[in-house]
Each structure stands twice: as C-alpha cells, then as structure tokens.
Design a protein around this ligand. Structure first.
Ligand SMILES: *[C@@H]1O[C@H](CO)[C@@H](O)[C@H](O)[C@H]1NC(C)=O
Ligand SMILES: *[C@@H]1O[C@H](CO)[C@@H](O)[C@H](O)[C@H]1NC(C)=O
Length: 357
C-alpha cells in the first residue's frame, strides 16, 4: 500500500516537472531561441548508436540491428572508415526529418577507462583559424579536420543535396569523441561551406575549447544541444577551472541534463533540464561530481558503444567491393554515387538549380 502511494506521488511530481519544463521551453521559443526537441533527441541517439556497428554492409544497407525504430527508412550516402586513425562516420538522408544526418563514432580503444584518464591532461594547444583568442584541443580538431573524414563528409553532403534537394536541413550528431567531431563538423559547415540550416546534437561530449571559442561557436551554430546523461564523466573533461578563466576549457551552450529519478534502485524517469546559455550552468551536470562511465555508455536507454572493445573492428563482405573503395592508406569508403531507384521514382528532378529556400 505504502509503495503504491509513493509511486502515485512520484507520478504527480514527475508530471509537475514536465509541466515546468514545458513552460521553460515555451518561453525560450518566444524569444527566437532554438527549442530543444525530445523526440529529435531520442531519434538522433539511435543514429549515433548505429555508427558503432562494425558490419559495414549491414550499415550501408541500413539493415543492422540498430538500424531500426525511429531511424527506419534512412538512406546511407557515404560510410567513412579512417582505418589509420580508427574513426568511423556516415552521411545519409532521413526523409521523415527532411534532413541530411551526419554521425560520428566515439573512441574504439581497448579501454574506455584509459581514454577517459587521458582526457584530464588534454591541453588547449591550437588556435582555431580566423577566430582571435579561440583555442581548442589539437587532437579533437585534427580528428575531424586532418583525416580522411572531412573531405569525404563534405563531398557526401553535396551528393545528398544533388539527389534529394538543396533545401534539406543538416543534423550533425555523435557521442563522446564523436560529439567533439560533430561540433567541429557543424562549425565547419557554417563557416567554410556557407550552410545555413545546421543543427548539432551531441551525447556525452567532452569540452573541446576555451570560452572565446565557445562564444564564437554559439554565435555561429546556435541550434546546438549537448545532452548529458546524469553522472557521465566525459562532459566534465578536460576539467573546467573557475580560477583560471583565461586558461580553462569551457563548454558551449546549450546543455540538456538528463537526470534519473529512481526509487528503490529502479529508474522511474529521466528528467530533462534545458540549462542556461552560459555553457557551464552550475545547476546542471556541474552540480554533481560526474564520475560514471556506465552513464557515459547509455543514453535514453540506448547503448553507445561497439559490440566489442577492439581497435577498429571492421567486418567486410565480398559483395562490398562493388560499392566500396580503399585509398592508399587502407582507409575504406562506401559510397552511393547515383541516386537509388527509390529516389528517382519519388523525387521530381529539378535541374534548374533554383531551390525555393
Ligand atoms: C520534434 O522533432 C520531430 C522529429 O523527430 C518532429 O516530428 C516534431 O515536429 C518536432 N517538434 C517540434 C515542436 O518541433
Ligand atoms: C596533419 O597530419 C599530418 C600527418 O598525420 C601532420 O604531419 C600534420 O602536422 C597535421 N597537421 C595539422 C594542422 O595538425
């Protein structure tokens, strides 16, 4: 009896919280700020989960075990496996979202613990080009900018637009290290490619730059949400030192903190808080000592890791040869270079190049 009363009280409490959140969101939309969309978040987390799959054929044909649910009907345009640096990403089109999706995989090192410990010592050691005072971490920057990933992603975006129309939105997503890459990609698309409808949503990403960088980023890619799951350790790294404001890493906005409400060790509900526009809201994830690796590997109940922790585990099939190529360094690209038949049937071709934006 007692437990039942507890649960109904809890349910009422949860409802009140959601009403409260709903009000916050509405206020935000009134002043023209981007609005956090929970449905989109649980859709993009599934796209982010799929990029960890190692069977490239099943990923390409979107038949992998994680290629389902809210991502059904997705069409892959390009899969990039940078074998040299152990990176994986894909680009494709989600018609139901009217969007190009770009997803980046997180680290696949043998030990996530080691990767996380290394994060403590990452330096702000690179000036972001053409942004005075903006500093970032060289390694995160290079993973996107100085590998085979960037040219392949940008080329695939152009192909996606050619096949499916130039007015598609672009949604960039990734988890962990992949979230860092997604942020650099989103910024790159705006700054260097002149893209206008870019939004970024990352899951458990580390800090990547200083506060000057965060300001530029926020100005250029305002439609960005960084989701943080409860006590996930990675968003707390590299550390934020309040006493060295000029030297410290600083997240860009907007954080969405998903805190779990549990009773008797049973998770009842995830309460989402859309945090302030500072990037370092002290009442959100920073209000707890984030030290959990398991919270890092699961977002909205979706697993964000590979099937195994093995350096760049890749499953190739013989039939892959017809649509894949390898460069001289052994990096692998699976490319759709002509629109699929389904696209030809349903898309009215517009050869004029005039899009009604
Ligand atoms: C939220 O995103 C979903 C797609 O995931 C979309 O269908 C829906 O219209 C969006 N809601 C708002 C309020 O924009
Ligand atoms: C890019 O990578 C190459 C080789 O991997 C390296 O020599 C070069 O210094 C890197 N450039 C930057 C800007 O990081």
């Amino acid at each position: 009896m007692g437990q039942k009363r507890w649960l109904s009280l809890l349910a009422i409490f949860a409802c009140l919280l959601f009403v409260a959140c709903g009000r916050v969101l509405k206020l935000k939309s009134d002043d023209g700020q981007p609005v956090y969309n929970h449905t989109l978040a649980i859709t993009l987390v599934q796209y982010t989960s799929a990029v960890y799959m190692s069977d490239l054929t099943k990923l390409y044909t979107w038949t992998c075990e994680r290629c389902n649910g809210l991502t059904k009907g997705f069409q892959v345009i390009e899969i990039i496996v940078d074998v040299e640096h152990c990176l994986q990403a894909y680009v494709g089109v989600a018609k139901d979202l009217n969007a190009i999706i770009i997803a980046f995989r997180g680290t696949q090192e043998h030990s996530i613990q080691n990767w996380v410990s290394d994060l403590f010592w990452k330096q702000l050691d690179l000036n972001y080009p053409d942004m005075p005072d903006a500093m970032v971490h060289h390694g995160f920057y290079s993973a996107y900018h100085n590998t085979t990933v960037r040219p392949a992603v940008l080329d695939a975006v152009k192909r996606a637009k050619k096949f499916h129309g130039a007015n598609l939105n672009i949604m960039v997503t990734g988890h962990s290290m992949g979230g860092a890459m997604a942020s650099f990609c989103g910024l790159d698309l705006v700054v260097n490619e002149g893209e206008e409808n870019v939004q970024v949503m990352t899951f458990g990403q580390p800090r990547i730059g200083n506060s000057a960088f965060a300001s530029y980023y926020n100005m250029l890619v305002p439609n960005t949400f960084r989701i943080i799951h409860d006590h996930d350790i990675v968003p707390h790294l590299p550390p934020y030192y309040r006493i060295f404001p000029q030297k410290t890493y600083h997240h860009f906005p907007t954080e969405v903190w998903v805190k779990e409400l549990s009773i008797l060790n049973i998770v009842i509900i995830g309460v989402e808080t859309v945090c302030d526009n500072s990037g370092e809201d002290p009442t959100c994830s920073r209000s707890v000592r984030g030290s959990s690796i398991s919270d890092h590997l699961m977002y909205f109940g979706v697993e964000l890791m590979g099937e195994t922790w093995r350096q760049c585990n890749i499953v190739r099939s013989p039939e892959m040869d017809s649509y894949s190529r390898k460069d001289s360094k052994g990096n692998i690209f699976l490319s759709r270079t002509v629109p699929s038949t389904e696209v030809i049937e349903t898309n009215t071709p517009s050869k004029t190049g005039i899009s009604s934006l």
